[in-house]
Every structure is written in C-alpha cells, then in structure tokens.
Design a binder for this molecule. Sequence first.
Ligand code: JB3
Length: 213
Amino acid sequence: MSKSLLIIGGGGHASVLIDILRQQKREIVGIVSPQAVAESNVFEGINVFLKDEDVFEFDKSSIKLVNGIGPMPKNDLRAIIFSKFKAIGYEFETVVSDNSIISLYANLEEGVQVLPGAIIQTDALIGANSIINSGAIIEHGCIIGRNNHIAPGATLSGQVHTRESVHVGTGASVIQNINIERDVVIGAGAIITSDVEPRTICYPARAVRKVIK
Ligand code: JB3
C-alpha cells in the first residue's frame, strides 16, 4: 500500500503537486510551511505545520515526504531540504502526473517530479529531486542531473547532459548532444547550440523593437 504523504512547502509548486496527488487518491497528512499557504482551494482541509522540525512528529517508516519547494536560481532551499531529510532517513516520493508521457525505458531517481504534459523519452535518466515542469520535453538519451528544474515548455533534444543544479528556463530550447555544466541558468526562451560552462547564465537574444511607420 502507498504511504501517506507530508508536503514540504505551501506555495504554487506545492499546490500543483497536491492536485496531482489528490487525483491519484493519495492521502496527504499535512503541509509544512512557515509562511501562510498560498491562496488556493487546493490547500483546503489540509493540516498546516509551521516548522521543519514538525516533520519529526511523523515516523520515517510510515510516511514519505514530497518536496513542494520550487527551485529558483540562486536559491538552494529545495536541494537543502532534500539532503537534510534524506540524511536523517526520510524518503521522498517521486510524483508523476497521470497526464505526462514517460517511456518505459526512462529512469527517474528519488524525489523526481514530472508535471502534466511533460514528455520523457527512451533511455532518459532524471536525477534525484529534479522537476520536469508542465509541458517540458526531455528527448531520448538525455541525462538530467540532481536538483535540476526544467521549467514549463522547455525542450531538450536527444542526448543533452545537464549536471547538478541546472535551471532551464521557460520555453528554452537545447539542441542535441549539448553538455550543460553545474549551476547553469538558461534564461527563458534561450536557444542553446553549444556546450555551457559551469555557473554561467545564458541570456536569450532579445527581439529588436521598432515602431512601424
Ligand atoms: O515555474 C513554475 C511553474 N513554478 C515555480 C516553482 C517551480 O517554484 C513558481 O513560480 C515559484 O517560483 C516556485 O514555487 P514555490 O516554491 O511554490 O514558491 P512560493 O509560491 O513562493 O512558495 C514558497 C513556499 O516555500 C512557501 O509556502 C513557504 O512557506 C515555503 N518555505 C520557505 N522557506 C519553506 C521554507 N517551507 C519549509 N518547510 N521550510 C522552509 O525553510
């Protein structure tokens, strides 16, 4: 039988995960959120705990955690939460929307989250605690590192390899066989056609604006 779930974080990302989990009839025992939970009907009726230490009220063998903190560039909280509770012995649930498409020959590590409309193709490997957000495409043979965020609508063509803590922004495109090193931020809408060095920000080309006379 599936274990009950405790959600870490109560913002927009947590709301999307809870929606998926409710559709899958999973039992949610609470949300841990120091700030007021986001305004959304999704959170109605769920117990809210205010401190991360409140997780310890739940036996590690009886629940699984869901990392509801969204990763943002220059903010490691999602990765810190994952490694902190893993080190103590808690497990993280892997959340996969029923409305995503995942090859039988893809592999997802612990705590990966695949949101509606995402596609993950054959022989892709998604590293622990990474998010493949709504409508993102991970093509065949891609290797996605730990703690990545592939934002909504981003496309990674075949055999792209990202290292740890990479953020691929909304609607960005990466052509095949590209290596993206750790801590890289690919800006929304950018088109990447060559390898990217560690700790680089790739800004998208901006459209030239001209008034029509
Ligand atoms: O790009 C998309 C589609 N979504 C973004 C998502 C991936 O990441 C979204 O637009 C946001 O940028 C971000 O979503 P997130 O993390 O839900 O952001 P926000 O709505 O600001 O909620 C942050 C939540 O983290 C709040 O509920 C806080 O209470 C919680 N939080 C902050 N610090 C914490 C801590 N929760 C715990 N348990 N512990 C903390 O230390």
